[in-house]
Design a protein around this ligand. Sequence first.
Ligand SMILES: N[C@@H]1[C@@H](O)[C@H](O)[C@@H](COP(=O)(O)O)O[C@@H]1O
Length: 261
Amino acid sequence: MEVVIVPDATAGGELIADAIAALLRRKPDALLGVATGSTPLPVYEALATQVRSGAVDASRARICQLDEYVGLPADHPESYRSVVLRQVVEPLGLTEGAFMGPDGTAEDVQAACEAYDRALAEAGGVDLQLLGIGTDGHIGFNEPCSSLASRTRIKTLTEQTRVDNARFFEGDIDQVPHHVITQGIGTILEARHLVLLATGAGKADAVAQTVEGPVSALVPASALQLHPHATVVVDEAAASKLKLADYFRHTYANKPAWQGL
Ligand SMILES: N[C@@H]1[C@@H](O)[C@H](O)[C@@H](COP(=O)(O)O)O[C@@H]1O
């Protein structure tokens, strides 16, 4: 696992956008797994800026969702489908045809989960999966004690996650669904490159446990330790509880430029 400490969220967004741009130059039809929440927004803004300026051509990129609320109408402004279309697909100049996600409105949720896992594999697998992290260490919506081998499935949100996400629902926790579909940890680990971005002091404990703690279902993001190509990008605040911060800084400062992320 590589840990890159950046000065702030904007720098993290630019660094990751550069890595996505480099991937699209190598593989124009790359399948990009995207995350929701506030953290990845600087990535999407930086990437859209590069696309608008002509620095990178994203016209053949494909976008896939990490997770989804169960039971929200697909066109609800806070369904993750709507969020990803608004924050990623449209700003990159793509259409819905370039986008795939699990069906949170399906009557047979289990079948929808299995169909999504299959669709990801049939699309050739995810080339780069961008991840955020919950304050409880979740990735996607894999809450603590999710199986590290889990596939896409239905999960029940913790109260903490519903409290954290109430800000997207007018601050009203009662509007936050209890159930979600999420790519499983086993599914996420199949992506070729995992890039987790964490910013702010509120993520410092979760980051320290993810990077320096044991691999544990209690901290789902710690599963990144099992992946051969995982990059954790953190700002100074989110890095503040890392014991090896100086080592990570030294390693990155001396990394050969050709290696990229
Ligand atoms: N399902 C999403 C996660 O993918 C995201 O990482 C997390 C953190 O969000 P934020 O970046 O807003 O802190 O929120 C939600 O739970």
